[in-house]
Design a protein around this ligand. Structure first.
Ligand SMILES: Nc1nc2c(ncn2[C@@H]2O[C@H](COP(=O)(O)OP(=O)(O)OP(=O)(O)O)[C@@H](O)[C@H]2O)c(=O)[nH]1
Ligand SMILES: [Mg+2]
Length: 698
């Protein structure tokens, strides 16, 4: 395979709301560039970037896939990312490897919840970006309405550089507002347009849009502005120069047009990517840490080699595949690099470029390029691989914690034996999952971003690893806290012949604000407890807090001040003081007005206007608090905060309330006190589930 230098590479994240057409657009671009020999389709399950069996079956992207194409001598690396809220973590992690994003917007729906999310991710990674209004062939699609929706959310700096030629079923091509030419396409063809003059009936509209664009790209550039006012327009080269620089400074967000389904507009999008989007070397430097100090490393071949791992997949046959971006230097096949975080040596045998699931070997990769390699031993997502002579560490992308957890149970003994191992492999590729054991119920819990997320893991366990597990009801991650203060003594004393046990502590306990977690203050003066036993008291309290007081949920948001105690020269030891800490904790909880906390979700529900009333009523009955309401193109968007416990089956309920026309999105927002009348029930239930584990102490 050909070798490309950084300046000839474009790393583009294709992002957008679920179903907006990212994978279809990727398929169109790949075909137009000759990287595939036909137009592949999500609905036929044959696209390059939705290759996973779960993706094919569900017709959605679950994790980011890579593909590349050559266009005008440049190599375009495409990151086709997922758009559904429960997989959006993966999108964020992948954008670490991009220099620019293409934000795909559905021309019927306009800007949606996840469109705003990916926009924010692009901000976070400082990615210049363009928008592609897709599905312009669809009935009830509208370029104008979608553009308005884009501008009302993202501002007037979103500016068309194309207009659609025709609409809905008659959508046949695009008008290029830079060169002032029209391009028409054969539907479902090779994605290459036929150039012609702008049709007469569109001339005025195109001219007006051209002027708006030219004015925007000249803004802030005195020489260009002057030229523009003098001549009333600008030569194409100058428009392009202005466009490039305003785009990179994020002063302008160009808007393009497409029908991915019918492969209309693809070659113009490829041209746009190569002509206007920045290359990795344009980006200049990347920040990392070296010996604890922040340093900027030049994205250049002349530097020593370093690469950042942004993705890992675990295939039961091919094994682990590590996807990385070369940040500096030239990475040669067979290189020996150091995993900086894990202080482990790795040999990168058979480096490759990924075309979906296919890895094409390559002899070297230059600074800025994206590659893949199989069978690294110790490397996981977020790690840095670097030349031993010049170690550098790049920051990992921290993902949101899971918002829901299910208990899972192996269906048979052999399944149980293999379950842990298989889940750990799956966890390697998806760092937004959590797998742990409830210390009291001994149940295995699997946490993810939503029910479907967890279900996919279950399905993968079966299909990939032949492990059969059942999902039990979701566990609401309740917590406990206190509302009052306490001042108590915890004393542990045992004298059963021989060596005794003795530990004694006095503590004060008080609430912290929400999110305050746990604070331990050592206020011992004069050695009433020897210094070396103080960590034991803290540990005793921490352990007890983790096991809960009311119903076995972790106790949070409180401070403990250890201010006095006593010890015994012979009988005192670590264990005795841990015990004393636990006893003190329990006594303190008794008086400190313990209470339950529940997770509250921030939900955004979109329904056709006629359902708005009944949706709000329903939210009220779910103890929801309406935060706001918005109108978007015949739809009402309701924002509300609702306890997670009331939303477990919301997906199905919403579908039946709206005949399938509503959609929603929610994420964990904060913890709040459970109303008193509900606490009792939750505590009863939790105790029953845990079989009231009694502890023997004192
Ligand atoms: N009519 C029409 N349908 C389209 C177009 N682009 C995509 N679709 C259809 O929309 C559906 C979703 O397309 P995808 O390409 O999977 O969308 P996506 O954005 O990749 O979806 P996720 O990855 O799951 O977020 C499929 O049924 C496509 O056939 C288009 O331009 N016009
Ligand atoms: Mg997709």
């Amino acid at each position: 395979m050909k070798i490309y230098e950084g300046r000839d590479i474009r790393n583009v994240g294709v992002v957008g709301h679920g179903d907006s057409g990212k994978t279809s657009l990727t398929a169109g671009l790949l075909y137009a560039a000759g990287a595939t020999n036909r137009l592949t389709r999500v609905d036929e399950g044959n696209t390059i970037t939705d290759f996973d069996e779960e993706e094919i079956q569900r017709k959605i992207s679950i994790s980011t896939a890579l593909a590349y194409a050559e266009w005008k001598k440049a190599k375009i690396n495409i990151l086709d990312t997922p758009g559904y809220n429960i997989f959006i973590n993966d999108t964020r992690a992948a954008l670490a490897a991009a220099e620019a994003s293409l934000v795909v917007v559905d021309a019927v729906a306009g800007v949606e919840v996840q469109t705003e999310k990916v926009w924010a991710f692009s901000d976070e990674f400082k990615l210049p970006r363009a928008l592609v209004i897709n599905k312009l062939d669809r009935e009830r699609s509208s370029f104008e309405r979608t553009l308005e929706s884009i501008r009302s959310v993202f501002g007037r700096t979103a500016v068309p550089i194309q207009l659609p030629w025709g609409a809905e079923r008659e959508f046949k091509g695009v008008i290029d507002l830079v060169r002032m030419k029209a391009y028409s396409y054969t539907p479902d063809g090779d994605g290459k347009g036929k150039e012609s003059d702008i049709p007469a009936d569109m001339a005025d509209e195109a001219q007006a849009a051209h002027e708006v664009l030219v004015e925007m790209v000249a803004e802030g550039n005195d020489a260009l502005l002057e030229e523009f006012f003098e001549k009333g327009t600008l030569p194409v080269e100058h428009i392009l120069d202005g466009l490039k620089s305003t785009l990179r400074d994020m002063r302008i967000f160009p808007v393009l047009c497409a029908s991915a389904q019918h492969n209309i507009g693809s070659d113009q999008i490829l041209n746009f990517i190569v002509e206007n989007l920045p290359s990795p070397t344009d980006r200049g430097t990347v920040t990392g840490t070296q010996n604890g100090k922040e340093v900027a490393r030049k994205i250049a071949d002349s530097e020593s080699v370093s690469a950042f791992v942004f993705k890992t997949t675990a295939d039961p046959f091919a094994g682990r595949i590590t996807f990385f971006k070369v940040y500096s230097g030239i990475l040669k096949n067979d290189a020996n690099l150091q995993n900086v975080q894990r202080s482990a040596a790795e040999r990168l045998a058979h480096i490759a470029c990924a075309m979906g699931k296919t890895l094409t070997p390559v002899t070297e990769l230059h600074a800025g390029d994206i590659g893949a390699v199989a069978k690294l031993r110790d490397t996981l997502t977020g790690d840095t691989l670097a030349d031993k002579a010049s170690l550098i560490e790049y920051p990992a992308v921290k993902l949101a914690e899971p918002s829901i957890a299910f208990a899972i149970e192996a269906k048979s003994r052999p399944d149980e034996d293999r379950m842990g191992n298989a889940i750990h492999r799956i966890l390697e590729e998806d760092q937004s999952l959590r797998f742990y054991r409830d210390p009291q119920t001994k149940e295995f819990l699997l946490g993810g971003s939503g029910q479907q997320h967890v279900e996919i893991v279950v399905s993968r366990l079966k299909k990939r690893y032949g492990v059969d597990v059942a999902l039990k009801a979701p566990k609401i991650p309740y917590r406990e806290t206190i509302r009052g203060k306490a001042d108590v003594q915890g004393r542990h004393k045992k004298q059963t012949g021989g060596h005794g046990q003795y530990g004694d502590c006095k503590i004060k306990m008080e609430p912290l604000p929400r999110g305050g977690d746990f604070e331990f203050v050592n206020d011992i003066f004069g050695g009433s407890i020897p210094r070396n036993f103080i960590p034991a008291v803290e540990k005793g309290i921490r352990d007890a807090a983790a096991r809960g007081y009311l119903a076995g949920f972790p106790v949070v948001d409180f401070r403990v001040i250890l201010y006095d105690g006593s010890y015994h020269d012979v009988d005192s030891n670590d264990l005795s003081f841990q015990m004393a800490g636990r006893i003190a904790f329990k006594k303190a909880m008794e008086v400190a007005k313990p209470t339950l906390l529940e997770p509250v979700m921030a939900a955004e529900i979109t329904v056709p206007d006629e359902f708005a009333g009944s949706i709000m009523g329903d939210l009220n009955s779910r103890r929801g608090r309406i935060q706001g309401m918005d109108n978007k193109a015949g739809n009402t968007v309701v924002k509300a905060e609702v306890p997670m416990a009331e939303m477990l089956t919301y997906g199905a309920d919403l579908t039946s309330m709206t005949q399938g026309r509503g959609s929603f999105n929610m994420e964990m927002n904060h913890y709040d006190i459970v109303p008193a009348q509900l606490q009792e029930k939750i505590i009863e239930k939790a105790k029953a589930e845990r079989g009231e584990v009694k502890e023997d102490e004192e």
